[in-house]
Write a protein that binds this ligand. Structure first.
Ligand code: KG4
Ligand code: ZN
Length: 344
C-alpha cells in the first residue's frame, strides 16, 4: 500500500507538487503561482501558462520532495490532475508524473481536479459521509453528493460562467486589478451589501444548476446607467454584487444538503477564500444543524496536496491509471461498454 504519495497539479496557472502521508498529513505543499505573468492580460493566457509549467515542473517537484525531508525513491505512489483544465498545461504535469511513476515502478493515478478541490477538506477536517460538496473557482462551479472518498455524484453545475469568473469579470469592468474576486472581497468590507439588488438566478428552482451570466449583465447595465461612480459607491457595488454571488452559492449548497438529508457539507475552490462566503456559510448551515467545512485558503486555491489526498484514497481502493492515461479539458470521459471512452 502506498503510504507516501506525490501529488502533481498543473491544470491552470499554478505549478504545484506535494508529498502526503496516509492521505491526510501534508509533508510539503509547494505552489508556484504565475499570477504576475497573466496579470497584465487580465486573465490566464494558455500558451504562456504551459510554457511556464515546462520551466517550473521539475524544480517544484524537487522542492516538494526536499521540503518533506525525503528522497525521490521514497515516493510510493504518484497522483496527477488529468482534467478538467487547459490541455497544454495538463500535459506538462501528466508527462512528469508518468515519467516519475515509470522510473520508480510505483502505482500511478489520474485525479479529477474538481473532486480533488472537495477532497482538500479531508486534510484538516473529519467530514462524515455522505456529504454535499461545492467547488467554486475561476473556471468551475459544481455541486456533488460525495458518498465516500472516491464516490462523487454530480448534482449540478453552472450553465454559463463560474462564480469566480463572474467576480473576475466584474472586477475588470469596475477597473480593479486581477484577479477581481480578491479585490471585490477587499472593497466589499467597506461597502453596503444591501445598496443594490442584483439578481440571484435559479434560487427558487429545485435544479442544482447555477447561472452567473445574468448577474454580470445586470452589472453591465448598472454601470451604463450610472456615471461618476465615487469610491464609496464602488465599495457598495462590490459588496452588493458579491452578496448576490455568495448568497446563491451558500443557499443552493444548503438546499442540496437539506434535500439530500446529509449532516455535513464542504465548500472549496478559490472563491471559498471569500470572507463573506465563509461568514454567511457558517451562519446559515449552523441554523439548519448542518456542519459546514471550508478548507484553509491555501487548500481552497489550486494546490497539489488535494491531488495527493484524493489520489491516495483512489490507490487505496485499487484504482490505477496506465501510462496511456489521457487528459481531458472539460468533462471527465465516461466508459460505456461497447463504445469505450466517451468524451462529453
Ligand atoms: O481554485 P482557483 O485557485 O483556480 C481555479 O481553478 O480557477 O480559483 C481562482 C478563483 C479566481 O476567480 C479568484 O478571483 C477567486 O478564485 N478568488 C476569490 C478570492 N480568492 C480567490 N474570490 C472571492 N474572494 C476571494 N477572497
Ligand atoms: Zn482549481
Amino acid at each position: 500500500m502506498a503510504s507516501i504519495t506525490l501529488g502533481i497539479e498543473s491544470s491552470c496557472d499554478e505549478t504545484a507538487a506535494s508529498v502526503i502521508r496516509d492521505g491526510r498529513e501534508v509533508l510539503s505543499s509547494v505552489v508556484a503561482s504565475q499570477i504576475d505573468i497573466h496579470k497584465e492580460f487580465g486573465g490566464v493566457v494558455p500558451e504562456l501558462a504551459s510554457r511556464k509549467h515546462v520551466e517550473l515542473i521539475i524544480p517544484v517537484i524537487q522542492q516538494s520532495i526536499a521540503k518533506a525531508g525525503m528522497k525521490l525513491e521514497q515516493i510510493e505512489g504518484v497522483c496527477v490532475t488529468c482534467g478538467p483544465g487547459l490541455m497544454g498545461c495538463l500535459l506538462v504535469g501528466m508527462s512528469a508524473a508518468k515519467a516519475i511513476a515509470y522510473s520508480l515502478d510505483v502505482p500511478f493515478i489520474g485525479v479529477d481536479h474538481l473532486e480533488a478541490h472537495i477532497a482538500a477538506a479531508h486534510i484538516e477536517h473529519d467530514v462524515p459521509f455522505p456529504f454535499v460538496g461545492l467547488i467554486t473557482s475561476g473556471g468551475h462551479t459544481s455541486l456533488y453528493l460525495v458518498n465516500d472518498y472516491t464516490n462523487y455524484i454530480l448534482l449540478g453545475k453552472t450553465r454559463d460562467d463560474a462564480a469566480g469568473e463572474a467576480l473576475d469579470k466584474a472586477g475588470k469592468l469596475l477597473g480593479l486589478s486581477y484577479p477581481g474576486g480578491v479585490e471585490i472581497d477587499k472593497a466589499s468590507k467597506s461597502g453596503d451589501r444591501l445598496a443594490i439588488e442584483f439578481p440571484r438566478p435559479f434560487m427558487s428552482t429545485s435544479s442544482h444548476d447555477f447561472s452567473f451570466s445574468g448577474v454580470k449583465t445586470a452589472l453591465v447595465y448598472f454601470m451604463r446607467e450610472n456615471s461618476g461612480i465615487s469610491d464609496s459607491m464602488l465599495n457598495d457595488i462590490c459588496a452588493s454584487y458579491q452578496e448576490a454571488v455568495v448568497e446563491t452559492l451558500v443557499e443552493k449548497t444548503l438546499y442540496a444538503a437539506k434535500t439530500r438529508g446529509v449532516k455535513a457539507a464542504v465548500i472549496s475552490g478559490g472563491v471559498a477564500c471569500n470572507t463573506r462566503l465563509r461568514e454567511m456559510g457558517e451562519a446559515r448551515f449552523a441554523e439548519h444543524g448542518i456542519r459546514l467545512h471550508v478548507p484553509s485558503p491555501e487548500y481552497c486555491t489550486d494546490n497539489a496536496a488535494m491531488i495527493g489526498v484524493l489520489g491516495y484514497h483512489k490507490l487505496k481502493v485499487g484504482d490505477r491509471s496506465g501510462t496511456h492515461l489521457k487528459a481531458y479539458s472539460t468533462t471527465r470521459p465516461r466508459y460505456i461498454r461497447g463504445r469505450g471512452l466517451i468524451e462529453e
